[in-house]
Unconditional design. Structure first.
Length: 507
């Protein structure tokens, strides 16, 4: 797979083809809701799932399937509120423990869109454990889960008072005597309006409005009137004795805000560099809804453009999406202890975005080094889950053994016996909904039928994943034709090769 990385990473690349009528693009999709459509929805609105998940979703049809994400029924999985207190305040352990707590919720959730929106907002309102105490990062993730599918003005007001954000952008030190412009600038540039839609004077006046919003000794939010500048300010053309809540409302009411958020949501859920007409059409939906995130996201998930060939597998998976999706597909419910390290090697250190702009994402996720880290993760996971024994792949610490629901025995049973064609079809259909070429399928069948597993792995990896090395190859098996004597290794190998295909790097 070769992705164009020549464009600005904040823009990415637009899929080929034309949009046509933007309003028809956002109109409700009324075509057949196939297994591929269901898998597409599960990847974008969540982190993928098992074949049984897809079968159940397909039976619902588009509207009910989307509703199942927007309005999940049943009791949510009961996650611990935070890592244990003795760990949360242990400086040697708290960062890693908080990352595992964060990832565990993505892997085991039964409300995937809640968690996907948490990940979206984490990248949007990017704060980091480089500066913010882990316990405050954990609180912020809870805020995103609680309000991420609500109305944006309420979320923005809550983020403006959030302790993690007050630390990250220094507003806790913003006072009448010493105004600090960091948060006022970023709330306009990165969080709500975008460059060119405000002036330096707007930043200065907004900063004065946010004075007095600070933290108490326990690191909880405190509105201190003694530190607040209560004189009149003019922000974005409106004059009054504004405070932070007033500024949030003024910002959201700007026409530029609706276009800004529509662009961000389309890039995250549909494809990069969306057309201006599509942005304007979704911005209208967003504004008319009263800045309602579920209604806006629901419009996307039910739209023609979302189920178009242009949007299908059009976005490179982030490392977190790739790793969590792989764990969920394999039915693994225990997060490997080394997963934060592995994700960092892939280019996304959990809860540690590189700057206030978050991760660049898009094509920047994909390069030789990060792909090799993905391949190593897949093969280590298969070695430690299907084989149920520890393994230490090159350049990775030993992961914790975890159990998967996918097994060679189950795949042989589903395929109806030791038939290479049927085994490959079973794996490729379940993992990729048959999104492979005839040549790739033939290579996988040849691998299963080969009598020299090591040579077959080398040939297959060269064919389906050209940047792979011996470090990312599955372990050699018994050099016998495919059958009862050596099917375990062959099926483990074909699962690894399938999950490492270029097409599986795309949402």
């Amino acid at each position: 797979m070769k992705l164009d990385t020549s464009t600005d990473p904040q823009t990415g690349f637009r899929p080929p083809g034309s949009l046509g009528d933007a309003h028809m693009a956002l109109a409700r999709y009324d075509g057949r809701f196939s297994m591929r459509n269901a898998a597409h929805l599960v990847r974008r609105a969540g982190f993928g799932g098992t074949p049984n998940d897809l079968t159940a979703l397909t039976s619902l049809g588009v509207d009910r399937a989307v509703d199942s994400f927007l309005h999940p029924s049943g009791t949510a999985v009961d996650f611990p509120a935070y890592p244990p207190t003795d760990i949360l305040f242990d400086q040697k352990k708290n960062r890693h423990a908080t990352q595992l707590w964060f990832l565990d919720q993505l892997v085991r959730t039964n409300q995937p869109l809640v968690q996907k929106m948490m990940l979206f907002w984490h990248g949007h309102f990017a704060t980091s454990m480089q500066k913010v105490p882990p316990q405050l990062m954990a609180q912020q993730m809870d805020l995103f889960r609680a309000q991420g599918l609500g109305k944006f003005p309420s979320l923005l007001a809550a983020v403006s008072k959030d302790p993690a954000m007050l630390v990250w952008l220094d507003n806790r030190g913003n006072s009448k005597a010493h105004p600090n412009e960091n948060y006022a600038r970023e709330v306009m540039e990165l969080f709500a309006l975008g460059l060119g839609n405000y002036t330096e004077d707007d930043v200065k006046e907004a900063a004065r409005s946010f004075t007095g919003w600070t933290l108490d000794k326990s690191l909880a939010f405190l509105d201190n009137p003694k530190l607040h500048d209560d004189t009149p300010k003019t922000v974005l053309g409106k004059t009054g004795n504004w405070n932070g809540n007033d500024v949030v409302n003024i910002i959201v009411q700007q026409p530029a805000h609706s276009r800004f958020m529509a662009h961000k949501l389309l890039e995250f859920f549909v494809y990069s560099d969306p057309e201006t007409e599509l942005i304007e059409a979704l911005a209208s939906v967003y504004a008319i809804s009263g800045y309602d995130i579920p209604k806006t996201v629901g419009t996307i998930f039910r739209s023609n453009v979302f189920y178009s060939s242009r949007a299908y597998r059009a976005i490179p998976k982030s490392p977190i999406e790739f790793a969590v999706g792989t764990l969920r597909y394999m039915g693994v419910t225990t997060v490997p202890d080394n997963l934060p390290y592995v994700l960092s090697r892939m280019g996304q250190d959990p809860l540690n975005p590189p700057s206030v702009k978050g991760w660049d994402g898009g094509p920047t996720w994909i390069n030789t080094a990060t792909l090799l880290a993905r391949f190593n993760f897949v093969n280590a996971l298969i070695a430690t889950s299907i084989q149920k024994k520890a393994a230490t792949p090159m350049a990775m610490p030993a992961p914790v053994a975890v159990a998967a629901t996918i097994s060679p025995d189950a795949i042989v049973g589903q395929a109806g016996g030791f038939d290479a064609q049927k085994v490959v079809s079973t794996v490729v259909n379940a993992a990729l909904q048959d999104d492979v070429t005839f040549d790739v399928r033939s290579t996988l069948v040849s691998f299963v039928n080969s009598i020299n597993t090591r040579a077959a792995v080398a040939t297959a990896m060269t064919t389906v994943a050209p940047v792979a090395t011996a470090a990312s190859a599955p372990p050699p098996g018994n050099p016998l034709p495919f059958g009862p004597e050596n099917y375990q290794d062959k099926i483990r190998g074909v699962i690894a090769l399938t999950l490492n295909l270029p097409v599986n790097q795309l949402n």
